[in-house]
Design a protein around this ligand. Structure first.
Ligand SMILES: *[C@@H]1O[C@H](CO)[C@@H](O)[C@H](O)[C@H]1NC(C)=O
Ligand SMILES: *[C@@H]1O[C@H](CO)[C@@H](O)[C@H](O)[C@H]1NC(C)=O
Length: 202
């Protein structure tokens, strides 16, 4: 009997030790599982969505003068951009950039205001892009024929880089991007056609 109980003691201790290790491993596994589930759901950063709410044109209808061919053009494109933050965390964005393009050439640009969009909130950013004729140089004959033809096709591109911050310390980079193709008619200076694509990358 005495021999037996002496034999049992280390065995008991060993079992207790194994159970403790087992519990610790199990708790660690549970924590890992919870962290994984959170990372894949609540803390998964979603791409901000960009949407052009309105696009309008300001300025005066362009004119081509003869016989010395000269083009008078004053076109400003006004965009209202909606950035939708689909994250359960705020999206802080820096100064974004908007570009105006004519036949692939950049003919205007403007900075967008930096800001902070709350979790699952929206922000509306105004954007005013002016076409600068001097930048059209290479395509001036095409611009003249567009003006004489009564419509011009312009492209806008916006890029808003920022960061989604979870729990105040998990930071993920995110960029909201949009691109639009606008057809502007003369002399009424109206947007005749608007085709926008939005995508974002993290
Ligand atoms: C362009 O037109 C706007 C009004 O639509 C006017 O305020 C502005 O001075 C014009 N700019 C030029 C360079 O003519
Ligand atoms: C944010 O914008 C989206 C798309 O326009 C809209 O569906 C949603 O209701 C807006 N959410 C809020 C909180 O305004």
């Amino acid at each position: 009997m005495i021999e037996n109980s002496n034999h049992n003691k280390p065995n008991k201790r060993k079992r207790l030790c194994l159970i403790t290790i087992g519990v610790i491993l199990f708790v660690n596994f549970l924590l890992f599982l919870i962290a994984l589930i959170l990372a894949l759901t609540v803390f998964k950063s979603k791409q901000p969505k960009t949407e052009i709410l309105t696009a309008s044109v300001d300025g005066v209808a362009p004119r081509v003068t003869f016989p010395a061919v000269r083009i008078e053009l004053n076109i400003t494109v006004d965009l209202t951009i909606n950035v939708q933050n689909r994250n359960h965390a705020s999206f802080k964005h820096g100064a974004g950039k908007a570009l105006l393009l004519y036949r692939g050439t950049q003919v205007g640009d403007v900075d967008l205001y930096p800001g902070n969009i709350p979790a699952r909130g929206n922000a509306t950013l105004p954007c005013r892009l002016t076409l600068q004729v001097d930048r059209v140089a290479n395509d001036i004959s095409k611009l003249i024929s567009d003006v004489l033809g009564g419509e011009i096709m312009l492209q806008t591109k916006t890029r808003i880089p920022g960061r989604v911050t979870f729990l105040g310390f998990i930071k993920k980079h995110a960029v909201a991007v949009s691109a639009c193709q606008l057809t502007i008619g003369f002399p009424n200076m109206k947007v005749k056609k608007q085709d926008c694509k939005t995508k974002a990358k993290l």
